[in-house]
Write a protein that binds this ligand. Structure first.
Ligand code: ADP
Ligand code: MG
Length: 473
């Protein structure tokens, strides 16, 4: 059976596939789409069988367990009758669907579970090598203590995969993401798990800076060969913050050689970086391509629910309990990374220890006042109106009055807009300030201002300046 059929059939399969993608995309978070579905391609679609090509086994397993039903349902929307969905790994020899036999479903033969370099001697107990002890593994950075959500579940699962079957699945594993999103945590979790499962095996966990320094030291002391030998005896090599290699040509060269050798031996390599391989400045092309060999996965900023879960977990670890409004408050104000969230919990705990009181919202606000901008708490309509009046040369009384000439109504509506944006007041409360107007009038004023801003960039700029003057974000 020729599954590809004629060109015409394939064309229409591709069209239908695009429609399926559209259906899937509409039904999910943008982030989830980006993480998983961007890399999926049509293998073939004929005789009720849809083959989807995925970059590697990791995706295959993940799709099989998490997305199978969803993909099938989407596919069935765009065709008659049931659809059998197969997720196929597109390997380097070309997608397996190129074959005409039914064996095309990629069950890639996994490499042996773990291939230790034959030359590796049994680990000597007192290995006198500070290189291998450079970074002590942090015992608190475990998989169990890593809270997952859509922003990090792929990185988490791939790290787990590597720890469970090193050297087999994704080699190298490359985890990238901005600062404070959990790269070091995941790398150490792999290290902890590896040590637990394979206590006999050697591993080396280094920051890239340590790697560089050790190499430079070896260079300076004529010990490069010894350096290489030692490094090449490890079974798991973890290097954190590999972007540090940028612009270091000699170290890159050395790393390239080490990488190739270890990779050939089936040793697992795990790397982290603040950017994707191709975005690391001045990284040699051949290293970029090596880093892309395995699985590249990204940690993104955690979404609200994940931040809340992390806060609860961290509070528990620090020995305090946070009421839910405090959790929400912190999650709303600390969005960028997890280190910030930890810092916030620590501040709240410190404050609670000093004051000896219960942890409530007021205490959290006091504890974090210095670290967050809360203009909406400090700003009231009087302050906002004063800034608006100063600009338009009108009086607060004019804003509250019934006068409806344009020179009054425009500043009034601008003030309504800012009051809506920068205070916690309801439309009714804002209306009350403006001479007892009702909430629909306020809403109209807000909308009118938005409309004018769209039409007139100068008004948008003015509002930006007013916000600055008010100290609002
Ligand atoms: P990075 O190396 O990306 O800068 P880290 O791994 O040092 O970030 O993480 C910063 C802090 O946040 C660490 O204390 C880490 O334990 C914590 N952390 C990061 N991600 C998570 C998570 N998903 N769950 C729990 N703690 C996390
Ligand atoms: Mg780090």
């Amino acid at each position: 059976m020729n599954e590809r059929g004629s060109a015409g059939t394939l064309g229409s399969a591709e069209d239908r596939f695009q429609q399926v993608l559209g259906t899937l995309q509409r039904g999910m978070e943008a982030q989830q789409w980006r993480t998983w579905f961007r890399n999926m391609r049509l293998g073939s679609w004929a005789d009720g069988q849809l083959k989807i090509l995925l970059p590697n086994r990791f995706y295959q397993e993940w799709f099989q367990s998490k997305f199978h039903d969803r993909v099938r349902a989407a596919a069935e929307k765009h065709t008659d009758g049931p659809v059998q969905v197969l997720f196929v790994v597109e390997d380097e020899d070309g997608p397996s669907v190129n074959g005409t036999d039914g064996e095309a479903v990629a069950e890639p033969t996994p490499a042996p579970l773990f291939v230790a370099p034959e030359s590796a001697p049994a680990p000597s107990p007192g290995w006198p090598d500070d290189l291998f002890d450079a970074t002590p593994i942090n015992p608190h950075y475990t998989f169990r203590d890593f809270v997952t959500g859509p922003s990090n579940e792929m990185a988490y699962a791939s790290a787990r995969g590597v720890a469970d079957e090193p050297g087999t699945n994704y080699n190298p594993l490359f985890i990238h993401g901005a600062v404070g999103l959990g790269k070091t945590h995941l790398l150490h979790a792999i290290g902890n798990e590896f040590r637990r499962r394979f206590p006999e095996q050697r591993m080396c966990i280094l920051s890239c800076e340590e790697f560089t320094n050790a190499f430079i030291h070896a260079l300076g002391h004529n010990q490069v060969e010894a350096f290489r030998e030692r490094l090449r005896k490890v079974h798991l090599l973890i290097i954190d913050d590999i972007h540090f290699l940028a612009n270091k040509e000699r170290t890159q060269e050395e790393f390239f050689n080490t990488f190739n050798r270890l990779h050939q031996l089936g040793c697992q390599i795990v790397l982290s970086s603040d950017a994707a391989p191709s975005d690391i400045p001045a990284l040699k092309e051949r290293l970029v391509s090596r880093f892309n060999w395995g699985l590249v996965t990204c940690l993104e900023q955690p979404e609200t629910e994940t931040r809340m879960a992390i806060l609860t977990r961290k509070a528990h670890q620090f020995g305090i309990t946070l009421p839910s409004d405090v959790v929400e408050f912190i999650a709303a104000h600390f969005r960028n990374n997890i280190r910030e969230l930890e810092g916030a919990v620590q501040s709240v705990k410190a404050r609670a220890d000093i004051e000896g009181g219960v942890v409530d919202l007021a205490l959290a606000e006091r504890a974090l006042a210095g670290r967050i901008r809360m203009p909406e708490r400090k700003l009231d309509i009087d302050t906002i109106a004063a800034a608006v009046c100063a600009h338009y040369q009108v009086e607060a009384g004019d804003l509250k009055s019934r006068r409806r000439t344009r020179n009054i109504s425009v500043p009034r509506q601008v003030a309504m807009y800012l009051a809506r944006e920068l205070t916690h007041l309801s439309l009714q409360e804002i209306g009350a300030w403006f001479g007892g107007r009702d909430h629909t009038t306020v809403l109209f004023g807000v909308q009118k201002t938005e409309e004018r801003m769209r039409q007139d960039p100068r008004l948008a700029q003015l509002l930006g300046r007013l916000r600055d003057r008010l100290g609002a974000p």
